[in-house]
Design a binder for this molecule. Structure first.
Ligand code: CA
Length: 698
């Protein structure tokens, strides 16, 4: 066992460059926005690779750039051009957008920043001042995946559920509107898209028990244009729109009292020719179907791909990947629109690799399922029946009465991290992870408003997640032949999204604090650089005056980072210092990454009652483990409770029962925990601390 040394607060020096965080604001006038982004410009975003105007670069969401100045022959000469300090320590998941020499990106807590895309100098920064209490509603970190640009404005969904329009030149708010009932535990982490003058935005919160929907707002005024609910409400009341009457026949019990789920927390795409907006929907709330809809049923529109009219929100077709969803198998994963020749016919298809482990190819005009094959280790179903479009489930996969270990686990074989598609190679590049999970119904389940309400036995689930083999890789997948073409294994399971370029390259950051480029055709690694902390965000690329840049946000985080408690050592060393890293050919800036060092834990000389600690373990995994990691090991972005200062451990009662840290995103558990529970949790944390001390001395 490596002994952990005292934390040396090594000054982090960016050689040859002052810390951009302390650079004075630019004295040169802000670039003037003459090139207005209108609906036609967004439709034509295919043509030029210089700007990156929309979340997935274009409405197809292919994340493939036609830029080829950086290519397989010279990518080894890439170096850092500039670095921007985001002044954040939580997860960074945004795709920066670039328009007219300005980069627009977001950090943790929905902070928006505009940077000179050539130098990284900050032009403006807008903090929407999300209440720390909203952090307790975020199942999967206080992340944000980026902005939308349209008509001189920047649109961002704030974590607390507001949609905000900012002036693109100054960052000054133009309008803001609540897209959710703020008394309910909704969050927004996804990037808006602008389609035909409307800002499209969904939300998250299914783990806490909300009802999902997607909304469209007038980009100019912020007025609500339409809203499509993904699960029906109380059927004794009038339905909000016609489609819900059909959907209500696929539910039973009183699901509306539990929320139902189906949240639209990430993936959107648009086909201007077909005039269809594609929407990916999330898992059920609670996860356990026997709790949520005791009579079974498909539970529409959970885990589905919806094709809506963007003018009205009217449903044209839907395809449900996981009927009667029970495993957190969302279909919110990235959707790519491509034109592929299948069986001798040119087909307009939609590609998705949702959490459930099957790679789906749908006809995007009709929703017809063309093919679906396993892209990862999958045991919950044997295959997808192409005649019915439905999975053939494995025996016992509906674990209601008996616990069942299955692949994939709730983290999914592929999570939110975007894929990319290269039309020249015909391959999709996706970050996958293989990790199982023991699904068991919580014997003590009750609705706990404001807290996690999955219905899953928390101890069984948390502890099983990392017990089997856990691997992550970059997979190149042929969507026509439905087969793997190449795969590069990674050190850690949780890695960044991907970028494809016409230079025959695929770029990806990793959970091991590196950024790499691979040859798109065979996966050979051609370039690698340190990132200072773990990466989960996808890279993007842009060009100014013929110079091509590749940009990436580095900041460890997201659901797995919180729930696994296994941060890369660089993240521990830097305190998860968030940065925008921008590379170009011949860039000479060096990122100084300190030696990973950690303070020794101060032993606490207190007697530990093993029985009390065991009760504390059960409480810990019900209330704390989803964020602070299994067995209190911490995640590198929020505190490792084994390392708490002794005075913090002695203050558990005010922290947990009075919510004294709620401004930092720490929930108040006063409604659920008693003084006796605090004693048990205290004993458990002391026990885990003593284990850590003993391990360090071994
Ligand atoms: Ca979920």
């Amino acid at each position: 066992m490596i002994r952990l040394h005292a934390l040396a607060l090594v000054p982090l020096v960016l050689l040859a460059c002052a810390d951009p965080a302390v650079v004075e604001p630019a004295e040169t006038p802000l670039p003037s926005i003459v090139d207005v982004i209108d609906a036609a410009r967004l439709r034509g975003a295919e043509s030029s690779g210089d700007d990156w105007l929309s979340h997935g670069r274009t409405y197809t969401e292919q994340r493939h750039s036609p830029l080829d100045r950086i290519h397989e022959g010279n990518v080894g000469e890439l170096g850092l051009a500039w670095v921007y300090e985001t002044r954040t320590t939580r997860g960074l998941e945004a795709t920066p957008l670039v328009h007219d020499g300005v980069m627009y990106a977001t950090g943790s807590w929905s902070v928006v920043f505009a940077l000179d895309a050539r130098t990284g100098v900050e032009l403006w920064r807008h903090d929407p001042r999300v209440s720390g209490a909203a952090g307790a509603n975020a199942c999967c970190d206080v992340v944000n995946r980026g902005v939308a640009l349209y008509d001189g404005r920047v649109y961002v969904g704030a974590l607390d559920g507001r949609l905000i329009a900012l002036d693109a030149k100054t960052g000054t708010p133009v309008w803001e509107t609540w897209t959710v009932d703020p008394s309910k535990p909704y969050t927004i982490t996804g990037a808006p898209r602008v389609v035909k003058g409307k800002v499209i935005i969904g939300n998250g919160g299914a783990e806490l028990g909300v009802r999902g929907y997607v909304s469209a707002y007038d980009a100019a005024t912020g007025a609500l244009a339409w809203r499509f609910y993904t699960v029906p409400g109380d059927p004794t009341l009038p339905f909000e729109h016609d489609e819900l009457e059909m959907a209500a026949h696929t539910w039973s019990g009183e699901w509306w009292t539990l929320g139902g789920g189906g949240t639209v927390w990430d993936s959107l795409a648009y086909d201007p020719e077909l005039d269809l907006l594609y929407v990916g929907t999330g898992n059920g709330a609670p996860w356990v179907q026997s709790i949520r809809s005791p009579g079974g049923g498909d539970n529409l529109f959970l885990s589905s791909i919806l094709a809506l009219r963007p003018d009205t929100g009217e449903l044209v077709w839907h395809y449900q990947t996981t009927p009667g969803e029970s495993w957190d198998y969302t279909a919110t994963q990235h959707m790519i629109l491509a034109d592929l020749e299948i069986d001798g016919r040119e087909r307009k298809v939609l590609l998705q690799a949702p959490k459930n482990g099957f790679f789906y190819v749908l006809d995007r005009a009709t929703g017809e399922l063309l093919s679906a094959e396993k892209y990862a280790h999958v045991t919950w179903a044997t295959r997808i029946d192409l005649a019915t479009g439905r999975p053939v489930e494995a025996r016992g996969a509906r674990y209601a009465a008996t616990p069942k270990a299955l692949y994939p686990g709730p983290i999914g074989a592929h999570n939110w991290h975007p894929m990319s598609f290269n039309p020249a190679t015909g391959l999709v590049y996706l970050p996958v992870q293989d990790m199982g999970f023991s699904f068991a119904t919580d014997p003590d389940w009750q609705l706990r408003p404001g807290l996690t309400n999955t219905g899953i036995d928390p101890l069984e689930g948390t502890m099983s997640m990392l017990s089997g083999p856990v691997t992550g890789s970059l997979l190149a997948w042929d969507p026509v032949a439905q087969r793997e073409v190449w795969r590069n294994g990674h050190v850690r399971p949780w890695n960044g999204g991907t970028l494809s370029t016409a230079g025959n390259l695929v770029f990806q950051g990793t959970g091991n604090a590196t950024f790499a480029a691979y040859r798109a055709t065979d996966g050979e690694r051609l370039f690698e650089a340190p990132t200072g902390t773990g990466v989960v965000a996808p890279p993007m690329t842009y060009a100014i005056d013929g110079e091509q840049y590749v940009a990436l946000l580095a900041g460890w985080g997201g659901g797995f980072a919180l729930a696994s408690g296994d941060p890369p050592s660089e993240t521990l060393a830097t305190g998860n210092r968030g940065r925008v890293l921008v590379f170009r050919l011949g860039g000479t800036l060096r990122l100084d990454v300190p030696e990973p060092t950690l303070a020794a834990v101060v032993p606490m000389d207190a007697p530990i009652d093993p029985q009390l600690a065991e009760r504390g373990s059960a409480l810990y995994h019900r209330y704390c483990g989803a964020c602070h990691g299994p067995a209190a090991v911490g995640g590198g972005t929020i505190p490792d409770l084994r390392r708490s200062a002794p005075e913090t451990l002695e203050a558990l009662a005010p922290i947990l029962l009075e919510g004294v840290f709620s401004a930092r995103g720490m929930p108040n558990f006063g409604a659920w925990l008693t003084d006796a529970d605090i004693s048990a949790l205290h004993a458990y944390l002391l026990e885990q601390r003593a284990r850590l001390v003993a391990d360090a001395e071994r």
